[in-house]
Design a protein around this ligand. Structure first.
Ligand SMILES: C=C(O[C@@H]1C=C(C(=O)O)C=C[C@H]1O)C(=O)O
Ligand SMILES: NC(=O)CC[C@H](N)C(=O)O
Length: 735
């Protein structure tokens, strides 16, 4: 006799914590398989026959109200299934609210909403709380449900004191096998209230099913077709596995060059030739370590793509051609390109051997969430959404060991490599220290700041969406436009930015038709080379100005000690865990939670979330798949991501474009590193022509929560602008 694995169905209401819940279920119920569907994927009539093949249903959290069919979809109907279709169901937050109100309860708004707040849960130690003592749990809700009939039996409460009084935190149906919790069992800061509750639910569910003599039907292929495979389910490689390829060998030579600095190497490689593209990913401050400088050939292939195009545009020298996507998406096209470019035998000490480097716009992520883009965007935003160059020769500077690596993917490239090594040896590094003064006169820019009244009105309107349960946190941003006399080259401008605001993820990317300068402190996603790839994300939430007397201890008290700041960070940590779990399955953990890190002009509160790609996976594009499924960066949207992005599309006045997208690389060895495009500026080449003025854009913003003070958020936005404005000789904005 074969023993059937427990089979769960998770109904997702477009939340950003769903895969955390799936991971918790899989930990609580060993060897279970879990299928995830969206709440609007099937009608109740389509769903009913499928339920016979499941042991239990989990109904996840989500934005909006359990009263609105467009927010809860099929969840509204599931509580009314007939006696003979009954099966155990567990609802979380929106799912729990729905359970209560569909059984005669009342939905109310909290006077003080709870987003990312930890509460003590008061319970009587019975039923799903059996064997549990003190429970602290994280809450993300604007509504709460009050049972009015005897059908729902309360099981737990939180005491919100004068804010909201006593709020129902858990309950069960008196006769049907339905349970639910208002808090989030899957949050990283929920303790025993997570795993233990789900284990108890499962015991009660099994007990109920045995009593009823409930037998599971097989999940036939037709049903599998409808609900899809179980999670996790990494997409198969975009390239047919029957294709055999020989990986390109990487040639490397290594030199110890104490004092080697990025600026002089770039100048040696011809950065001053402004007609040609140039690529520098610059670790200009800790914790950055390696700086990557491409040595592009006149024929280096540039790949660009605008959302909506049916082909990718390639350019090599003066030749431009288009490769049709042929029904695939651009992600798969790039994935195939990189699988064909796979390389081997590079130096294991360096993260990049060659590969694609460039930018992905914020709207690439918006589009992949299926959120509509602005209609006229191509007329007003001329920057490509994807803009990458294929780097076959590069120099890597290791700031820790002072080693310089010369690398080439081209066959028989020893002449170039020898030439490089001779040139490097001739550079007198000591005299070119980057801190040495250089005399750049920067004519002041004319700065068109966002309008304060307008921005504050938007903050208030964002807070309206937090009150209505549509979002738990919204990262609101705006562009500042600069008109600058054309007195400095973009490279000189970068040197000013780097000196004023050295950052771990600095960059100078001159990639026709866009020029992008970055002093970003935020890594989005890095993935090391397979096999045994490690994915790491480092979201930042919590920003404090540095200044006299503002020590690390002050920053720790103001950021780590603040309920508001920790809640903002926690929400993004939970969201990023979900993004990572979505592709990687169970192996995701929080490596660092809310640590204070020091940057040139600000203190930042940073968390680190890591995950392993499934063991034995030899594919070199799984990191790319994580990137595809995780954009836009959660720290730049808020949670739940999809609804928050929809709201922001309406609240913000223009495309974010390169700002708050990502920039970085995908190495031919399979690793990658992408940073969040913040504390950066960009301009379009069209602008480079005859006018004496050039136009730059700087984006800035911050996370708005229910606890935000609009004036303080405006000041924080100006603070983030400041580091970049210093490279434009612009007057300090008034805070
Ligand atoms: C929105 C920006 O930064 C984001 C918001 C932060 C915050 O709210 O503290 C911190 C880093 C970024 O994730 C920006 O720099 O423009
Ligand atoms: N996390 C949730 O499911 C939230 C439910 C609902 N949107 C609320 O805000 O109350």
């Amino acid at each position: 006799m074969t023993i059937q694995r427990p089979r769960l169905l998770l109904i997702d209401s477009y939340d950003s914590f769903t895969f955390n819940l799936a991971a918790l279920c899989c930990t609580a119920i060993p060897d279970c398989s879990i299928h995830i569907i969206k709440n609007d994927q099937l009608t109740i009539d389509e769903l009913l026959p499928l339920l016979k093949s499941f042991d239990a249903v989990i109904i996840g959290p989500g934005p909006g109200s359990p009263d609105l069919p467009e927010d809860v979809g099929v969840v509204k109907d599931i509580w009314n299934i007939s006696e003979r279709d009954l099966l155990p169901i567990f609802g979380v937050c929106l799912g729990f609210q729905s359970l209560v109100i569909e059984h005669g309860g009342l939905l109310k708004r909290l006077k003080v909403v709870k987003h990312g707040q930890v509460s003590q849960i008061i319970h009587n130690g019975s039923d799903i709380f059996k064997g549990m003592d003190r429970v602290t749990a994280v809450r993300y809700h604007s509504y709460h449900a009050e049972p009015l009939s005897k059908e729902i039996e309360p099981l737990a409460w939180a005491d919100d004191g004068i804010e909201n009084g006593s709020i129902l935190m858990a309950g069960k149906h008196r006769t049907s096998p339905f349970w639910g919790v208002q808090y989030h069992p899957e949050s990283v800061l929920t303790d025993d209230g997570g795993l233990h509750i789900l284990r108890n639910f499962w015991s009660l569910a099994v007990e109920w099913s045995q009593k009823q003599g409930r037998c599971l039907s097989v999940l036939d292929p037709a049903a599998m077709e409808i609900i899809g495979p179980s999670w996790p389910n990494p997409k198969p490689s975009a390239l047919s596995t029957s294709y055999t390829r020989t990986a390109t060998p990487v040639s490397t030579s290594v030199y110890e060059l104490p004092g080697a600095n990025v600026i002089s190497v770039c100048e040696m490689l011809g950065v001053d030739d402004h007609k040609s593209p140039f690529i520098l990913l610059d670790s200009a401050a800790s914790p950055g370590r390696f700086s990557i400088i491409a040595s592009l050939l006149p024929t280096s292939i540039q790949i660009s793509y605008y959302i909506g195009d049916v082909a990718v545009t390639l350019k090599s020298g003066n030749t431009v051609w288009h490769e049709p996507l042929a029904g695939e998406d651009v992600w798969s096209w790039i994935s195939c390109f990189m699988q064909l470019a796979e390389a081997r035998d590079g130096c294991p000490d360096v993260p990049f051997w060659g590969g694609l480097i460039g930018t992905l716009s914020y709207e690439v992520g918006v589009h992949s969430l299926d959120v509509p883009l602005r209609h006229n965007r191509r007329e007003v935003n001329p920057h490509p959404d994807i803009n990458l160059v294929y780097v076959q020769r590069c120099l890597i500077l290791d700031t820790l060991t002072s080693k310089v690596y010369i690398q080439s993917l081209l066959p028989d490239d020893s002449t170039w490599m020898n030439d490089m090594s001779n040139k490097l040896k001739k550079l007198s590094f000591s005299s070119l220290n980057t801190k040495a003064p250089f005399n750049l006169q920067c004519a002041p820019a004319q700065v068109d700041y966002p309008d304060r009244t307008h921005y504050i009105a938007k903050i208030e309107s964002a807070q309206g969406f937090l009150g209505s349960g549509d979002s738990y946190e919204l990262c609101l941003t705006a562009h500042t436009h600069l008109s600058v006399p054309r007195s400095l080259s973009t490279w000189e401008r970068y040197k000013l930015l780097r000196r004023g605001n050295p950052a771990p993820y600095s960059a100078y990317l001159r990639l026709h038709p866009s020029t992008f300068l970055s002093s970003s402190p935020e890594r989005f996603l890095s993935y090391s080379r397979p096999p045994d790839s490690l994915c790491q994300l480092r979201p930042i939430k919590g920003t404090m100005r540095k200044g006299p007397g503002i020590t690390r201890a002050c920053a720790e008290e103001a950021l780590r000690g603040s309920r508001k700041e920790v809640a903002e960070n926690l929400m993004i940590v939970d969201l990023i865990r979900h993004d990572l779990h979505s592709v990687l399955g169970l192996n995701v953990y929080v490596h660092q939670f809310c640590e204070i890190e020091e940057y040139e002009s600000v203190w930042q509160m940073v968390s680190v979330i890591e995950g392993h790609l499934p063991g034995g996976f030899q594919r070199n594009d799984l990191g790319w798949e994580v990137l595809r499924r995780s954009l836009p960066p959660g720290s730049m949207t808020g949670a739940p991501k999809k609804r928050s992005v929809e709201i922001l599309q309406n609240l913000e006045d223009e495309d974010r474009s390169l700002y708050s997208g990502v920039f970085g690389y995908w190495c031919v060895g399979g690793g990658g590193d992408w940073s969040v495009a913040i504390r950066s500026c960009f301009k379009h080449e069209l602008d480079n022509q005859d006018s004496k003025i050039e136009n730059w854009v700087i984006g800035a913003g911050g996370a708005i929560t229910a606890l935000s003070d609009p004036q303080a958020e405006w000041d924080e936005m100006l603070l983030k602008l400041q580091g970049v404005l210093s490279a434009f000789g612009a007057a300090k904005p008034r805070c």
